[in-house]
Design a protein around this ligand. Structure first.
Ligand code: URA
Length: 220
């Protein structure tokens, strides 16, 4: 298997178990969404493990003690790629209520497999771009085209690559190679690296169209 420099595969048993649930084509939308939410906690555990802490003193009901809280020296920005990336947002907001959410609206042109922009909530310029941590959310890292466009959005505004993380459920080697070639210092956190893409740009074995399965719009 290829060694990727900056890719973290979260091989936790609970990830594997829930991935099996979402891969199964018989799984209905409600069960699908809940299984993804369970995986999301584990992905975010990894994606946020280097947030910095600072010492404080507090009073417990028993005594004064030294403890640690998150140092708010960097703004955490959650950037879900619409529409499938929304599935990560609730959990992300729940565990990081202080984060800013900046949606990115892109869909994939099914013929060219290139991303088409329709919306983004990113300011023209960032104050202190070095002090931003960006978590880009998209369940499927397939061709890598939308991932690169989303990363570019922040990299062009001078956010350092190693402050940008891309979080996906399932990744294809083609997409990982493309992103790692263009943005080698962007960390990718994923629950699985699958085999390859098919001729329509879907990940094999994958789980089908993530957006359709999340929002129950699968046409039979
Ligand atoms: N997008 C999806 O939803 N599924 C894939 O397999 C690839 C891209």
């Amino acid at each position: 298997m290829t060694e990727y420099k900056n890719v973290c595969v979260v091989n936790h048993p609970l990830c594997c178990h829930n991935l099996s649930i979402i891969r199964n084509k018989e799984t209905n939308a409600e069960v699908f969404r809940n299984a993804i939410k369970r995986i999301t906690y584990l992905l975010f555990y990894k994606a946020t493990e280097d947030l910095t802490l600072e010492d404080i003193e507090i009073d417990t009901p028993l005594e004064r003690c030294r403890t640690k809280i998150l140092k708010r020296d960097k703004e955490v920005i959650i950037a879900p790629i619409l529409r499938a990336g929304l599935i990560f947002s609730d959990v992300a907001n729940e565990i990081m209520p202080f984060a800013t959410v900046r949606h990115i609206g892109m869909y994939r042109d099914e013929e060219t497999l290139t991303p088409v922009w329709y919306y983004n909530k990113i300011p023209v310029e960032f104050d202190n771009p070095k002090d931003k941590i960006i978590l880009i959310l998209d369940p499927m890292l397939a061709t890598g085209n939308s991932a690169i466009d989303a990363i570019k959005l922040f990299a062009n505004k001078k956010v350092p690559q190693n402050n940008i993380r891309f979080i996906s459920l399932i990744s294809a080697p083609e997409g990982l190679n493309k992103v790692q070639t263009m943005y080698p210092d962007v960390k990718i956190i994923t629950a699985s690296i699958d085999n390859c893409l098919n001729e329509y740009g879907y990940i094999r074995p994958g789980l089908g169209d993530a957006g359709d399965r999340i929002f129950n719009t699968v046409e039979n």
